[in-house]
Design a protein around this ligand. Sequence first.
Ligand SMILES: Cc1ncc(COP(=O)(O)O)c(C=O)c1O
Length: 375
Amino acid sequence: MRAYRVTEIDISGIRKMFELAGEDVINLAIGEPDFPIPEEAKEAIYQALREDFTHYTSNKGIIELREALAEKLKKENGVDAGAEEIIITSGASEALHLAFQAFINNGEEVLIPNPGFVSYDPLVKLAQGKSVYYPLRFEDGFIPDIEDIKKRMSSKTKMIVLNSPSNPTGAVYPEEIIKAIAEIAEDYNALLVSDEVYEKIIYEGEHISPGAFSDNVITVNGFSKSYAMTGLRVGYLSAGDELLEEMLKVHQYIQASVNSTAQRAALAALGSKRFIENMVGELRERREIILKLLGGIERVRVNRAGGAFYVFADFSAYGDSQYLATELVRAGVVVTSGTAFGSLGEGFLRFSYATSRGNIKEGVGKLKGYLEDKI
Ligand SMILES: Cc1ncc(COP(=O)(O)O)c(C=O)c1O
C-alpha cells in the first residue's frame, strides 16, 4: 500500500522520546523557545482578524513582509534579494522541502551534516535523493572540516546543506569555513542550502550568510526560533529568481499560501528588536548554568558552543546513547539521544536549555542521581 518513498523514512526519534515521557518528567528535549511570542505579533493577529484578513494571500506571501525581509536580508545578512526573490513558507520546514523537491533528481547526492537536524535526511529521501554525510566532530568544536566536504563531492552532488548555528551541536561556523564551503559548491555547480533558523541565537561568534558571497545559495530562515513563533508556522527562503521560480511551483501546489494572520504577525515581530535581546539574554544565563552543571559530571565532555539553545555532550563513558536516554526518561528527565541526529551522534546526548532555570537544575539533578546510582 505504502509508496516506496515513505517506507524509507521513520517517525522522528525525538517524537518517540516524548511519547515515553510521563507527567512528572523534566523535559530537556524541547526544540523551541519557551517564551510567549512578541506582543506586537499578537496584536497584529487580532487586528488581522478584525479586518477579516483571512483569505489566500499572494503565493509568495504578503508583499509588506517580503519587502521587510528583503531589507533585513540586505542589512543584516549582506544578501541582495528583492521582494520578488523571497517566498514565505510554512516554517523553515517547508522551505527545505521546496528546495529539495525542486532540484533533486532520483539518486542525486546531497551533502548533509552528521550529526545534523532530523529532517534533512528524510526530506532528501522524499525527494528520492541520496544523503551523503559529512562528519562534525567534538574535537573540532563540531565545525566542518573542509577536506571532509571536498572528499565527498562528485559529479552526482546536487546540493550541500549548511546549518550554522547548528542543531544539535550549537556550533557557529566561522566566516572562512562558510566561504570555503560556498566556493566548493560553486566549483561543482552544486546548490548550497543555508539553514539559518538560529541566526539570532548567538552568544559567541558571528552569524555569516553564504548568500552574501555566492549566487547559487538558497537561504532558509524563519520565525520559529528567533521570535518563539513555532506554532504560527512562518518561514521563508530567498534565492535568485530562476531558482525561486522552480520552488514557487512546488509551493503553489502543496501550500498555495501561508496563513494570512500569521504573516501579519511575522511582519510585526520583525519590528520588535527588544524581544530577541531579552530572549537571548535569558538563554545566555541558562547556558552558563547548564554548561557548569554538565561540566561538573565526571567523565562527561561538554562543548561550549556559540549558538542555538542546545548542549551536545559526550556521555559515551556511560554507554549507548539511546539506552541511556530511555533510562533517563524513567529517571524523570527527557533528553534526546545523539543518534536521533545521525550515526555520529552515538555516545552523545542533546540537552535543550529552552526551559526554565529551575527545570534545568532539577533535570540535571535527576540525571546526576541516576548516574551516581550506576557507579
Ligand atoms: C536546524 C533547523 N532547521 C529547521 C527547523 C524547522 O523550523 P520551522 O519551525 O521553521 O519549520 C528546525 C526546527 O527545529 C531546526 O532546528
